[in-house]
Design a protein around this ligand. Structure first.
Ligand code: NOJ
Length: 536
């Protein structure tokens, strides 16, 4: 397998993540659905101008983890539609020039999946070994592993008197990827969606399905043990030596890659690799680019929001991407606190410029293009199984319904329909319809940026070189392709700043859509202004 060419669609694309339950409710049942997504394709492909969609799960599910607990991989949950609608969505999206990748939840199923029901039915079930069943230790779980969502990673089944493993909820039993029948069954799931026309997968928990075969206890973490960037509750009490990213996982990725490469078209796999040790993270490309096309890159979210920290993270990631490989960047998703809430006041526009101009494929999270903020969801309205008792963990606040208009339910559903999660009060101002009509809106900034990226190969596939003085509060970097050279400058200061970047034409400013100066060498930026200069 070889490095990817610069023409590869997913290198050139801007991705947009849709959380289908929260995007658009076409039938008024309070949940977003696939028909709703179809009705917004013109917004996505036209008004906003993105190139590809990542759809979070819409498969049949008891919704304990809102679709990440799948009970039928090859059917659509009735809350969100049916298979015909999924097919129609993929076809309609393609006809508008949008690619579609879907979530491939590989580590676990729902405990209501027929595979698990059968596995659970008796110790002698032919599917017993499809999941991980163990005897305990003196009436206790087999080892000290804890679930990502806290509590033991093992639950006891009274009937068959054994423990089963679950990296997440007890309703999400882990598949046994060491069983070849499981591997084939799950690859058939991938083929099912590829045959339906999807352009690839976001592979969920892609580093977790292989664990220490000896199932040794994890050592406790000392209090000063480094944490990536967010508090994970009880999960942080351990060093995850044995229940995480076992080297055997790479063989699964090699085989998955063979499945996707068997298709003539260029299929993308981008895997959720929540690993912050860069060489280990990069190992998921495979030595010969024969594993994931890209591990998802969450590193930007680990940086402190200042120039030295951002620059260090960006340079470290780009250096660690294997030569010939390609990365991606994101500032938000359905598991994280909303971007606009995490950023210091007034920095949203800089964040958008950064995300859409660093070297790597940008992934946007629905609603961030409007500046949607984290919503404080009351406990009695909580939906997320994680963090009910610990408000900082709950992900509900980042999953509230998309704001389409200033109608009472933000245009999310038909008039009078309720919504499964509350709507942020600021939807009156922050919504698609209103923002489209306001030249200075966040939405129009994203639109202009996406169009700029589309118009300039240097911004898509060009090399990246930071300005040597990018250490104080001004960050500047150059992007250079065969045909173009551009410089991006971001002023994080509350005052004006000037920096010498060479002669050129200013083609973009976050502050003023009309600004278009000739730059004689030094460019002056207003407080928190970001600009792009084309060297002609
Ligand atoms: C990662 C997903 O992004 C998250 O939403 C989910 O809860 C877990 N994996 C389990 O599937």
């Amino acid at each position: 397998m070889a490095r990817t060419s610069h023409d590869t669609w997913w290198k050139n694309a801007v991705f947009y993540q849709i959380y289908p339950l929260s995007f658009c409710d076409s039938d008024g049942d309070s949940y977003g659905d696939l028909r709703g997504v179809i009705s917004k394709l013109d917004y996505l492909a036209g008004a906003l101008g993105v190139d590809a969609l990542w759809l979070s799960p819409f498969y049949q599910s008891p919704m304990k983890d809102w679709g990440y607990d799948i009970s039928d991989h090859t059917d659509v949950d009735p809350l969100m539609g049916d298979l015909d609608t999924a097919r129609e969505l993929i076809e309609e999206a393609h006809s508008k020039g949008l690619r579609v990748i879907v979530d491939y939840v590989i580590n676990h199923t729902s405990d209501q999946h027929p595979w698990f029901l059968e596995s659970r039915s008796s110790r002698t079930s032919p599917k017993r070994d499809w999941y991980v069943w163990r005897d305990g230790r003196d009436g206790n779980p087999p080892n000290n592993w804890v679930s990502v969502f806290s509590g033991p990673s093992w639950s006891y089944d009274q009937e068959s008197r054994q423990w089963y493993r679950h990296t997440y909820l007890r309703d999400q039993p882990d598949l046994n990827w060491r069983n070849p029948e499981v591997v084939e069954a799950m690859f058939d799931v991938a083929r099912f969606w590829l045959d339906m026309g999807v352009d690839g997968f976001r592979v969920d928990a892609a580093h977790q399905m292989m664990k220490d075969p000896q199932e040794r206890d994890n050592p406790p973490a000392p209090p000063d043990y480094p944490r990536p960037y967010k508090n994970m509750g009880e999960y942080d009490d351990f060093i995850h030596l044995y229940d995480f990213s076992h080297p055997d996982v790479h063989e699964i990725h090699r085989r998955l890659r063979a499945v996707t490469d068997a298709y003539e078209r260029d299929v993308l796999t981008v895997g959720e690799i929540h690993i912050f040790d860069l060489p280990e993270w990069a190992s998921y490309y495979g030595e010969d680019f024969d594993q994931l096309n890209m591990p998802f890159n969450f590193h930007l979210m680990t940086a402190e929001w200042n120039v030295p920290s951002l620059r260090a993270v960006i340079e470290a990631v780009l250096w660690n991407v294997p030569v010939g490989g390609w990365t991606n960047w994101t500032l938000g998703n359905h598991d994280e606190v909303r971007l606009a809430t995490r950023l210091p006041d007034g920095h949203e526009r800089l964040a958008a410029l950064l995300l859409l101009t660093i070297r790597g494929t940008p992934f946007l999270y629905y609603g961030d293009e409007l500046g949607m903020r984290q919503v404080a969801v009351d406990r009695d309205q909580a939906r997320d199984p994680w963090g009910h008792n610990v408000s900082w963990l709950s992900r509900d606040g980042a999953r509230t319904p998309m704001h389409w208009s200033d109608e009472p339910n933000a245009g999310f559903g038909p008039a009078g329909a309720t919504t499964w999660l509350p709507i942020a009060p600021d939807y009156i101002k922050l919504n698609v319809e209103t923002e489209l009509g306001n030249a200075d809106s966040t939405l129009n900034l994203y639109r202009r940026l996406i169009a700029l990226r589309k118009a300039h190969p240097a911004l898509r596939v060009g090399s990246f070189l930071s300005h040597p003085s990018s250490s104080g509060d001004v960050f500047a970097y150059r992007r250079e392709s065969d045909s173009e050279t551009m410089t991006v400058v971001l002023n994080f200061a509350e005052e004006e700043r000037t920096i010498d970047v060479g002669r050129g034409e200013l083609v973009f400013s976050t502050a003023d859509p009309e600004r278009q100066d000739r730059i004689g060498g030094a460019v002056a930026l207003g407080p928190r202004e970001g600009v792009v200069i084309e060297h002609v």
